[in-house]
Design a protein around this ligand. Structure first.
Ligand code: HEC
Ligand code: HEC
Ligand code: HEC
Ligand code: HEC
Length: 212
């Protein structure tokens, strides 16, 4: 009887954990473990515990990084004035998503990264012209909010990310900057359409930052 009660307790605890973590990388668009080239692993195409490619400010990065020069976003009403070539985490995304580096160009387990031969599909290829994409790699701070007049303050506004009471700055920005991973969770933690950090029904993601 005691054993059954303990078993039930463990089971209920297990369900409790499941309901907190709503999504996972396993089975998502970024789970390549069933592809022959992935060596049967989920993390390896992007991270390796040893002898990874040592990209600055990147988490144990194991994928060949693009050296493309990108066309940047510009518009007459764009207020931010420090937009740069995609840095940090955006550069990691573009290592597969700009279409210049193969998805299977990674190393690990003592191997150096090869060139690979499989490229991102048409509909997922952002390309090297980023002038028609939401701007990334610029500072989003209180000063920009004051100057722009149409944004919420990232320091004081909640991100609305499931299960978090953190601000936009804490949950979505990288050293105060907008990057691809401001809107997307590469590991599909939230199980939203297109790996988004906030479900965009009713444009809720856009309205997190834009005061419209
Ligand atoms: C498709 C590429 C990709 C795959 C696959 C991937 N990651 Fe990541 N990971 C990234 C990128 C890009 C970042 C940096 C962006 C960020 O932190 O959101 C990152 C950040 C991280 C970080 C540091 C930030 C954090 O979220 O804690 C850890 C730890 C991590 N990944 C672990 C893993 C593990 C473990 C796996 C396999 C189960 C995995 N990743 C699979 C791309 C990937
Ligand atoms: C190792 C290569 C690789 C890296 C690095 C990578 N991706 Fe992907 N990503 C892919 C591939 C391949 C697909 C398409 C999978 C499919 O359609 O089956 C994809 C799909 C996506 C999708 C569409 C998901 C869907 O629901 O169809 C989004 C959004 C995305 N990636 C964003 C990102 C972002 C943001 C980053 C960086 C934080 C990133 N990716 C890093 C390879 C990568
Ligand atoms: C401001 C938020 C935001 C930023 C920043 C952002 N995305 Fe997205 N992305 C979205 C949304 C929203 C969608 C879903 C569009 C839809 O409704 O189909 C999307 C869709 C995608 C898709 C799926 C294909 C498509 O065109 O719909 C890919 C791949 C992708 N993003 C990659 C990236 C990469 C790489 C970066 C950085 C260069 C990036 N995203 C930056 C919000 C963003
Ligand atoms: C994490 C915060 C954040 C999210 C989420 C976000 N944006 Fe933005 N967006 C910004 C910031 C900051 C700027 C820069 C504004 C400026 O400097 O003029 C910007 C710029 C833009 C611009 C260009 C403005 C101009 O004057 O050229 C448009 C249009 C835009 N966003 C639309 C969207 C849409 C649509 C969505 C949802 C798919 C979205 N944004 C999601 C923060 C965000």
């Amino acid at each position: 009887m005691k054993k059954i009660i303990i078993a039930l307790f463990v089971l209920m605890g297990g369900f409790g954990i499941c309901s907190i973590a709503s999504g996972a990388i396993s089975g998502s668009a970024h789970d390549f473990s069933h592809a022959a080239w992935s060596r049967g692993q989920i993390c390896l195409p992007c991270h390796a515990p040893h002898n990874n490619s040592d990209v600055d400010d990147a988490p144990l990065w194991n994928h060949t990084v693009s050296d493309a020069v990108y066309e940047l976003y510009a518009s007459p009403t764009f207020t931010a004035d420090d937009i740069t070539q995609p840095g940090g985490v955006s550069k990691l995304c573009l290592s597969c998503h700009d279409g210049t580096i193969a998805i299977d160009a990674f190393g690990g387990s003592g191997d150096t990264a090869g060139e690979g031969s499989r490229f991102i599909g048409e509909g997922r290829n952002v390309g090297t012209d980023l002038s028609n994409d939401h701007p990334v790699s610029f500072t989003y701070d209180t000063a920009l909010v004051t100057e722009d007049g149409g944004l919420f303050d990232p320091i004081t506004t909640p991100s609305g990310v499931t299960g978090s009471t953190g601000s936009i700055d804490a949950d979505m920005l990288f050293a105060g900057r907008m990057e691809c991973a401001s809107c997307h969770d590469v590991h599909n933690k939230y199980d939203n359409f297109r790996l988004l950090k906030v479900d965009n029904s009713g444009s809720a993601l856009c309205l997190t930052c834009h005061d419209k």
